[in-house]
Design a protein around this ligand. Structure first.
Ligand SMILES: Cc1cc2nc3c(=O)[nH]c(=O)nc-3n(C[C@H](O)[C@H](O)[C@H](O)COP(=O)(O)O)c2cc1C
Length: 283
């Protein structure tokens, strides 16, 4: 992965600055960098706090983003089997062409494990078709609402900023627990108060959608009191790398933390043992 992931000893956003497509954050990657910094800086009492539940963040586009380290389907299979071995939640993402989503579905099926699926914010009729595709293989499904302006999909498909009505239509059609990822602002909070998903993920897409955003730990601390009133579970991702980061997230109220890029790196090197390896070295 030398052309995409530089294998930095700490995955903090500097090594792959601006590389989207790639493994980095958009522009100067300040959102990615601020995410990592915010978990270091934020002051939270973690004495006596356990680790939160963990999951693999949804990540697709091996060819586009990860230097073709493995074919998409092989990569997803390693990630999902790694999650199964490590006992953490596998999440699958979405993208274009369709084989990105299909590879994630196949990995869940082949490993005989259920997970969570995040569909991109396409027009609702496409999302509803995709819900049908993933439904047999997941316990939780929904959408991310922040990738409508992600550079990797610009000009390829039409993605849109979701309205209250559109999200309510998706929630109504969802036969599993309904999840919404990409909550980061007061506007998003107001939208969630109206939609009331079962689960929300506070996330800025790992800094891949816009530059110079505030670190996610600060957004999380501000939003979680209200989010907890409307959702059964609040998850978070972005820049969480150490035991102390994970405990801070839990102490602030996270039910589950999703880990992104470090698990790609570990999987690229150790295949299906990558996710368990990363967790072992973390502890
Ligand atoms: C290469 C790559 C591909 C991604 N693909 C998706 C995706 O398909 N769907 C999605 O909701 N998020 C996607 N994300 C965002 C992650 O789910 C997650 O929000 C972010 O990477 C977490 O930050 P971290 O990598 O700093 O841990 C992707 C991130 C990366 C790095």
């Amino acid at each position: 992965m030398h052309k995409s992931c530089r294998g930095c000893s700490v995955c903090n956003g500097y090594g792959c600055r601006g590389e989207v497509p790639g493994m980095g954050g958009k522009g100067q990657a300040l959102t990615f960098i601020n995410n990592f910094k915010s978990w270091n800086e934020i002051e939270v009492d973690i004495s006596g706090v356990d680790l939160p539940l963990l999951g693999i963040a949804p990540m697709t586009g091996v060819g586009q983003n990860m230097g073709n380290v493995y074919p998409e389907s092989v990569f997803h299979n390693y990630m999902v089997s790694g999650a199964k071995k490590a006992g953490i939640m596998p999440c699958i993402g979405d993208g274009t062409p369709d084989f990105k989503l299909q590879s994630g579905i196949k990995a869940l099926k082949d490993n005989n494990i259920t997970g969570t699926a995040f569909i991109k914010p396409y027009p609702n009729n496409i999302i509803l078709e995709r819900f049908k595709m993933v439904e047999p293989y997941v316990d939780i499904m929904g959408v991310d609402i922040d990738s409508y302006r992600i550079p990797t999909m610009e000009g390829l498909v039409s993605l849109e900023q979701k309205s209250e009505e559109q999200l309510l239509e998706l929630k109504e059609a969802c036969n599993k627990r309904f999840i919404v990822k990409g909550i980061q602002s007061q506007n998003d909070l107001e939208l969630m108060i109206k939609v009331k998903p079962d689960i929300v993920v506070v996330s800025n897409h790992g800094g891949r959608v816009f530059d110079n955003g505030e670190g996610i730990a600060y957004r999380f601390k501000e939003l979680i009191p209200e989010l907890k009133k409307i959702a059964n579970e609040v998850w978070v991702d972005g820049g969480l790398r150490t035991i102390s980061h994970l405990k801070k997230a839990k102490a602030l109220g996270a039910y589950r933390v999703l880990i992104g890029r470090p698990l790609i790196k570990a999987t690229a090197v150790f295949k299906e043992d990558g996710v368990p390896y990363w967790l072992k070295q973390l502890k």
